[in-house]
Design a protein around this ligand. Structure first.
Ligand SMILES: Nc1nc2c(c(=O)[nH]1)N[C@H]1C(S)=C(S)[C@@H](COP(=O)(O)OP(=O)(O)OC[C@H]3O[C@@H](n4cnc5c(=O)[nH]c(N)nc54)[C@H](O)[C@@H]3O)O[C@H]1N2
Ligand SMILES: Nc1nc2c(c(=O)[nH]1)N[C@H]1C(S)=C(S)[C@@H](COP(=O)(O)OP(=O)(O)OC[C@H]3O[C@@H](n4cnc5c(=O)[nH]c(N)nc54)[C@H](O)[C@@H]3O)O[C@H]1N2
Ligand SMILES: [Mo]
Length: 558
């Protein structure tokens, strides 16, 4: 998948946001778009009013289901089986784009054969989605002129997340829905500037612009640009660092703008790892749960207090301008880094955000044509290689980076922890509209606290009846790693046997329960599937806003 994976690895949308309006089929899989990307969801609704048909594949009855032609409620963790069966039907009903496959792709034969075993009947057994709906989805997507796929964490946060993404890429490739306007494979990026962070090499094996650290020419290019010798060894991913800290191999850690003591899976384990470090430095705008464990806290300025650029989910570089001055000792992140570097004996030349931006454009060819002047009033989408280039709304118009796109053969694998007698429910975790991640920012806003004041576990009415649970009753939810106290929210959203907890609330942190198993390729944790037990919490003490950490039998840190 080399060619496509480079781009999907960057997680950018292949196509742009305005193009959504002209999709005739919108396939949303594992994205609660109306709550997590509400502006993009507005475009989807606009397309819907223009006649687009929406297919939703999500284990929960999310808001977008109301607008959908078809909703497939798969069991969490079964997307490969679902997607392969959709492709099985597309193949059988001759809805593939033969010309596109011949001209633009490789590996079709092996891929075609791999689909044989994924009949809709078999997929129904694995996924719980009725055969007729799988066939209907294949026909809707396969016959559309401008269909696009939108996905997010429901697809990636699995021990087989990479396989899920490959399956999605296969679906777009076999139907020729890449490299054209209003089509594509579109992962919606989560944070305002996570695209920019990835573009800038906040990945252990790449320098800015997806340039690999272990390629000699690239190593030399960056050594010349920066005037320092550089290592050719890929570093560790964030999740691997926790393991190395536990083993005692990682001695110090500098965390900027993350709160892993609440956002990492199996928090008991994470906190133990952070405590084991010789030196923990945390640079944040607030004294978070992670910062409280630090030896040194560096106060940072927030987005409204600094200059620079943010790059959004459609690869658009945009200017950010300082609106207010930072409070107290808080400083812009880049100036803290410059000062640290100077004190450690390496004074950097580039000081202002604009100078740093010029350096970026000089070492990453895809943005070589962009200047502060050009993005003064409106951003530009990379690639933009020359000063007269208008930017690129959608990728692959002129073919794929590796020449031909490669089909991958992917097979269904079960999630690592499945329900059993002791832990009979599947827990899936995620977000809701009114809170953001670990709540370190949003839970300080009293208006948001009024609408979304506490954690809850969504549970299907049939399950609630069986367990004699009343709405809003306090429950104890436990997994092999820990337990939390949390209110019941009886809801038709999850199916029987599946429960959902938003991970925003430290006093009932979903991540005390989650499974830290990783996808072997991209090292993302399996945050969307683990096994839990649900009981009444009678006699247990619960305090709003007070962190409660309790281990159970097999927390990996015990
Ligand atoms: N309000 C708000 N918005 C946010 C954020 C926030 O914290 N709050 N965070 C931002 C960030 S960083 C991100 S990454 C995005 C994430 O955005 P999303 O990925 O949309 O958010 P999630 O709630 O994590 O999960 C999405 C959906 O995946 C479904 N799901 C669970 N298990 C599975 C499965 O096995 N297969 C499939 N196909 N679906 C499954 C869930 O039911 C859920 O509806 O949101 C961004 N936007
Ligand atoms: N169970 C479960 N866990 C999950 C997920 C899930 O779906 N389920 N989703 C995962 C995903 S996709 C994500 S993205 C993570 C998010 O996890 P985190 O990134 O750890 O969560 P945030 O609360 O967004 O933490 C960001 C921190 O940055 C600080 N900050 C804000 N602006 C600035 C700034 O300008 N400079 C500096 N230095 N700091 C700043 C904030 O105060 C905050 O403490 O959670 C992951 N964890
Ligand atoms: Mo995210």
């Amino acid at each position: 998948m080399a060619g496509l994976a480079t781009v999907f690895g960057s997680g950018a949308m292949t196509n742009s946001i305005p193009e959504i309006e002209n999709n005739d089929v919108i396939f949303v899989i594992g994205s609660n778009t109306t709550e997590t990307h509400p502006i993009i969801a507005l475009r989807m609704k606009k397309a819907f009013r223009k006649g687009a048909k929406i297919i939703v594949a999500d284990p929960r009855k999310i808001n977008l289901v109301r607008f959908s032609e078809l909703w497939m409620q798969q069991r969490p963790g079964t997307d490969v089986a679902l997607l392969n069966a959709i492709m099985h039907v597309i193949l059988k009903e001759k809805l593939i784009d033969k010309k596109f496959i011949e001209e633009n792709t490789e590996g079709f034969e092996a891929f075609r054969k791999s689909l044989a075993e994924y009949s809709p009947e078999k997929a129904e057994k694995i996924t719980g989605v009725p055969k007729k709906d799988i066939i209907a989805a294949a026909r809707l997507y396969g016959k559309a002129n401008n269909p696009a796929i939108y996905y997010t964490m429901g697809i990636t946060q699995h021990s087989h997340g990479t396989q899920n993404v490959f399956a999605i890429a296969n679906l777009a490739l076999m139907t020729g829905n890449l490299g054209r306007e209003s089509t594509g494979v579109n992962p919606l990026r989560g944070q305002n500037n996570v695209q920019g962070a990835t573009d800038m090499g906040c990945i252990p094996n790449q320098y800015p612009g997806y340039q690999k650290v272990d390629i000699k020419d690239i190593q030399e290019k960056f050594e010349t640009a920066w005037g320092v010798p550089l290592s050719d060894k890929p570093g560790l991913t964030a999740t691997e660092m926790i393991e190395e800290a536990i083993k005692g191999n990682l001695k110090s850690l500098y965390i900027m703008g993350e709160n892993p003591a609440v956002s990492d899976p199996d928090i008991n384990h994470t906190v133990e790892a952070l405590k084991k470090l010789d030196l923990l430095i945390v640079q944040d705008i607030f004294l978070t749960e992670t910062a409280q464990l630090a030896d040194v806290v560096l106060p940072a300025a927030c987005f409204a207090e600094k200059d620079g650029t943010f790059t959004n989910t459609e690869r658009r570089l945009q200017r950010v301008r300082q609106a207010v001055t930072p409070p107290g000792d808080a400083r812009e992140d880049h100036s803290v880094l410059l000062e640290l570097s100077r004190r450690m004996g390496h004074a950097m030349n580039n000081q202002s955000p604009e100078e740093i931006f010029r350096e970026i454009c000089s070492i990453w060819p895809a943005v070589a044509g962009i200047t502060y002047d050009r993005i003064d009033s409106w951003g530009i989408q990379w690639p933009c290689p020359t000063p007269d280039h208008p930017g690129t709304p959608y990728l692959f118009k002129q073919g794929f980076p590796r020449g031909k796109a490669l089909f991958s053969t992917v097979h269904y694998e079960q999630s690592r922890e499945l329900p059993d007698k002791k832990y009979p429910f599947v827990l899936t975790t995620g977000r809701q509209l009114f809170q953001y991640h670990t709540g370190s920012m949003t839970r300080r806003v009293s208006e948001l606290d009024q609408v979304a004041p506490h954690a809850y576990v969504e549970i299907n009415p049939d399950d609630a009846e069986k367990l004699k649970i009343k709405n809003e009753e306090m429950l104890k939810v436990s997994s092999r790693r820990g337990e939390i106290l949390i209110q019941a929210l009886i809801s038709e959203r999850p199916s029987k046997g599946v429960v959902f907890i938003p991970f925003h609330y430290k006093e009932a942190a979903a991540n005390i329960l989650t499974n830290p198993e990783l996808d072997p390729i991209c090292k993302i944790p399996e945050l969307k599937v683990c096994a839990v037990r649900i009981e009444s919490a009678k006699g247990e003490k619960y305090e709003k806003g007070v962190r409660r950490i309790k281990k159970t039998e097999k927390s990996t840190s015990v």
